[in-house]
Write a protein of this length. Sequence first.
Length: 477
Amino acid sequence: MNPSQPDTAARPDPGGNKAGTAAPGGKDRPGMLSAAVTGVCALALVLLFLWHYLTRGIVFAWYEYAWAALYLTLFIVVGARFVPVWLKAWSGKSVSLPRREKAGFREYGLVALAVLAAHAAVWLFAFIHTRLTGDTFSGPFSYLYASDSPHYLDIAENWYVNDGPRGQVVRLVFLPLYPLIVRAVSFLTGDTYSAAIGVSVICSCGAGCMLYRTALDSMGRKAARRAVKYFCLFPGFFFYGCALSESLFLLLGLCCVFFSARRRWLPAAVYAGFAAFTRSPGVLFAAPLLFELIGAAAQADRAERRRLTRTGVLCTLITLSGFAAYLYVNYRVSGSWFRFLDYQKENWFQSPGWFFDTPRYQLDYFVRYIRDKSVPNAFGLWGANLLSLLSALLLMAFTARTQRPSHTAYFLVYFVFTTGVTWLLSGPRYMLACFPLVLALALLSRRRAADAALTALCIIFSALLFLAYLSNGVPVY
């Protein structure tokens, strides 16, 4: 990328050669390899799709199959656009170090202020909504203590329990780092609620700064500023200010991504380990870390490769240790290392599933709720989920070739992991914490007209989702 053009994303050549140049022998070998890898992966997914539905013994409506096929097709498109830049990054011919543009405390301070201003706008929106609707019982800021917030606050106050009310026992499914930090901060604030809100807001400011730094290194200053804007306007931003772990998770994950790109492997692994102790998808930050490490190894000599191999094993163990510590908490509390899986299945009907089947059953519920004239639930829950997943795939389909390859690699594993469940209720929250989507918006908004259109869409959908969240009887999780 040319430093004199900071707002222009370089489009990698899928073949790894100069445009119009074939490899020796008259054949574009990198292009052939890319096509072969893409074809094999796509065929495997299509066969898996057919096997899943042909062997279930259940016949669904035609539009459910069509919707599932659409999501699978978009996922394959993202993968097909990712494979060429993936192979090039691991070819040993592509220099993947970040640009290292300078950013001072003033810039980071402005980013933090922008995030705080976004939180203030959310608070004002909630206050006005309360005044207009006359909902004086719950108060304008009751949304901060909603969704999974009571679970986290109870863990911060009472830790995990193996007996007592069912609602407390099943809280073992929520990971410990966020409640531990809240408990520590509560000694300063005097109560866990204000400590939780403070931790979430501060971490969201930190996440905004790290997102700015990440975008600055890979896309330039103008795009980095747009990334901060879309971070603040992204549908579901209000979750970052609630007593939830999303902002801490994103901050830790972006720190991992930042240090991975700069080839500081051990700090990256430590942050990934903490992210894995915050939310179960945190283990997936091993993907961008190892992606960057393998790319570095491809450019190194034999001795350096051996050292990087050992480093990669150590980094993987450090990342997994965060989740292993959570499993140990399960064992100490309940006597079973994987008790949380039982509680997820019994209490939230959550089991592993195929990511392409998720939009199918969500569309089925959407149609059922419409037929039952439960329109708020249809759109507030299932409609929001369907739209968030579809938008995520579309954003990445357009930007998979222009994003840093390790970022797209993270999106692919994150999307499969978080959406491949049998009862997905929190699609917007899951996509909120997927940082490549914000970077995709920054990339797609280089032109003024596109920036205006995307900004307007984000504002509209953010307002609608927040209104649904504030409304009684609309299940937004």
